[in-house]
Design a protein around this ligand. Sequence first.
Ligand code: ADP
Ligand code: MG
Length: 346
Amino acid sequence: MGQRTELEEIGEFGLIERLNPKQEIRNNSTIIGIGDDAAALKYNDKIVLVSTDAMVEGVHFDMVYTPLKHLGYKACVVNFSDIYAMNGQPKQITITISSSNRYSVEALEELYAGIHLACEKYNVDIVGGDTTSSVSGLFISITVIGEVEQDKMVGRNGAKVYDLICVSGDLGGAYAGLLVLQREKVTFKANPNFQPDFSTYEYVLERQLKPEAGKKTVEWLRENNILPTSMIDISDGLASEMLHICKSSDVGCELYIEKFPIDYETTRTLEEFKIMADVGALNGGEDYELLFTIDQKDFEKIKENENITVIGHITDKSMGCQLVTPQDTTIELRAQGWNHYRKEEK
Ligand code: ADP
Ligand code: MG
């Protein structure tokens, strides 16, 4: 009998590696393949960036609390985010939708209203896609095409010892918003007449339902002549993304828990769920902020931007990846963020 390996044994990243063993690159135009936020292809002088992200009903969103317009917006933003994470600009998308007949034409128009809004805001063209039926639920997959000058492209692999680790915006909010929505769903099921009061959760709900991609940060870095040495977007949580940078760059890191930027509303909401804010910031996903490293020489410039926080520095690989607590003790950094299939991260 053939061997059977369960998906949960190897997890999402293990599966990607197993299905895509290292292959020789057949085309000179393939500059970066699997393993970064986007693939990088070189055509003449231009680097073309390509990335795909899918959203599946019941996995990435729950129709009970996800407005379709927000869903369309978010499906675009998560893709644009991967292009900004390469220091590029998104230019075109193609959209594949598979929908069951549970959805009306009007409902799908709502979805597209969100898609059009995101494309307008981020200056992106819709250039194609595919439409099919589905036996259950809604599936949306978007492929984004972007561009960057070759000498401005930033991967996950360029972090050097002594570089500063920076993060844009604040962390943990999208996760806090998700917890609120899940809680209200349970209450609503028990009592369908229940009207949730969301007024004190506005910020965290917006972070979950209508995230934004790193356009402003990437533009500001460019205007101020700062080229990050490595960069990644935070889709699965700070811890997981930091470990990706360290692995790709072959370095270690020290992250100062005290420095994590966390909004007051996020802290308050997470406390309601008995979750410490820094744990939510480390492991909660979907903030779509940018995590990047810069050379120390750029510190004076970075200080000027209130939307960017220095949260640590890069160390030699032999030092490992460490969290520094306010009491100055260290804890090994581990990824407990979102990983499809995996029950528990090793
Ligand atoms: P991100 O979180 O930045 O969207 P992922 O963690 O989804 O990236 O994917 C990591 C890398 O693996 C990317 O380079 C992505 O293109 C690649 N990848 C993901 N799934 C597959 C697959 N089924 N086949 C080939 N490559 C994949
Ligand atoms: Mg990414």
